[in-house]
Design a binder for this molecule. Structure first.
Ligand code: HEC
Ligand code: HEC
Length: 350
């Protein structure tokens, strides 16, 4: 009797449990309602993106994440968004000056980090895109990035049973259209919020900074914060920092879009959050480390460079002061954001 009980009840029970653990969603990647709740971090302004019009749901976020990490969005299924935007590098591309796309083609620009995007009203180094929800169309159709058409992407998704099920779960529609695809990706991008660095903890009275870091913060406020405005570390403007145009790339920034020489070499003021991890720096990745960036800012620029009035005379900094600023910049590294499991590649490439 006892043995029968083991064979008929206990053994099958454990077998089912074992099977269940294989098929069930690995807890690491599962997304709950709590995971997609949106709060404006303390001290942050109202975002530009109206999240109420596309409220993240677990199903929508998981779909957006799957799309972000799926090379199906590219012509030959070789390049995903996550291929260029790597989580551990604050979603920039670690150690690459210029982006690499389909067939190993090299782009013209450095991959920018993705963080706090809903507080931005213009995207790309030259600001040529003004809405988060249309942003993904640019890399998908760019011949040297993903080189695909929107029509083809939708066709491929519609043929894929898993996607049909996921779109149904997220938007209650089995017809996959571009609007819902872009809304899902935006739900994922919108929640990429970095607001938990040591700097933030210091501002909220939860951590202290060292003497060097505090000196760096003061120097930063005196010399850098007009453009890299707290708490987002950008004022969302476009400025000329006195860089000479790279003769091979011939990239003149905003002027290349509008033809106005007043905008020659103007590029978006990037956020400096997680800047320790997003090297190399500037629109073309010309500086390998923060010391090189600071050495650049202490140069005097000629009037022909059209450098911003704040920078044209060169910022005066001693070597020690540069080191303090760098120490401060490293307090902007947000370990919680960089290791946030919600943003990890669900295919298991950590
Ligand atoms: C081949 C590499 C590559 C791929 C693939 C790629 N990106 Fe990018 N991304 C870049 C580069 C380079 C830029 C900056 C381009 C510029 O300024 O002209 C950028 C810019 C962005 C920006 C603007 C950030 C800002 O602060 O202005 C967002 C958002 C973005 N990408 C999201 C995505 C999404 C979503 C996907 C997938 C649909 C994607 N990217 C695929 C390289 C890539
Ligand atoms: C006049 C506005 C302005 C001021 C002042 C300014 N910056 Fe910048 N900063 C920019 C712009 C614009 C860029 C992007 C330039 C480019 O890509 O060509 C940039 C880029 C950077 C980068 C590279 C970030 C990246 O992701 O590539 C760092 C680091 C940086 N600045 C730090 C500083 C520090 C530190 C100071 C003060 C010593 C400072 N900036 C002062 C406008 C400014």
């Amino acid at each position: 009797m006892k043995r029968k009980f083991i064979y008929f009840f206990v053994f099958p029970f454990f077998l089912l449990l074992l099977l269940g653990s294989f098929v069930s969603d690995n807890g690491y990647f599962s997304i709950s309602q709590k995971d997609v709740e949106f709060h404006i971090p303390k001290g942050f302004p109202q975002p530009f993106y109206d999240i109420k019009k596309n409220i993240p749901t677990p199903a929508g976020f998981v779909l957006g994440r799957k799309l972000f990490y799926d090379p199906i969005l590219s012509k030959d299924s070789s390049v995903s968004c996550g291929f260029c935007h790597q989580r551990i590098a604050g979603f920039a591309h670690i150690d690459h000056a210029l982006s690499h796309g389909i067939n190993g083609l090299i782009g013209k620009r450095n991959v920018p980090p993705l963080e706090n995007l809903i507080w931005s009203n213009s995207f790309m180094w030259d600001g040529r895109i003004n809405h988060l929800e249309v942003q993904p169309l640019a890399p998908i159709t760019n011949p040297i990035e993903m080189n695909e058409t929107l029509q083809n992407v939708l066709k491929k998704l519609q043929r894929n049973r898993e996607y049909v099920t996921m779109f149904k779960a997220a938007f209650n529609d089995t017809i996959i259209d571009s609007r819902n695809m872009l809304r899902a990706i935006s739900q994922f991008l919108a929640l990429m919020i970095s607001a938990d660095s040591r700097y933030d903890k210091y501002m909220n009275g939860e951590d202290t900074l060292s003497v060097a870091e505090l000196s760096g913060l003061q120097l930063f406020r005196d010399n850098c914060a007009q453009c890299h405005k707290e708490p987002l570390f950008t004022d969302n403007t476009f400025r000329n920092t006195g860089l000479a145009m790279d003769s091979a790339l011939q990239d003149s920034g905003v002027a290349a879009i509008n033809g106005d020489m007043k905008d020659f070499m103007k590029f978006k003021v990037p956020s400096l959050r997680n800047v320790e991890m997003t090297y190399p720096y500037m629109h073309d990745g010309r500086f390998r480390n923060l010391k090189q960036v600071l050495d650049h800012y202490t140069k005097k620029f000629t009037p022909e460079s059209h450098a911003d009035p704040i920078l044209v005379k060169g910022i005066q900094l001693t070597e020690l002061e540069k080191a303090d600023i760098i120490a401060f910049l490293k307090t902007l590294t947000d370990q919680k954001f960089l290791h946030d499991r919600r943003f990890a590649d669900p295919n298991g490439h950590f």
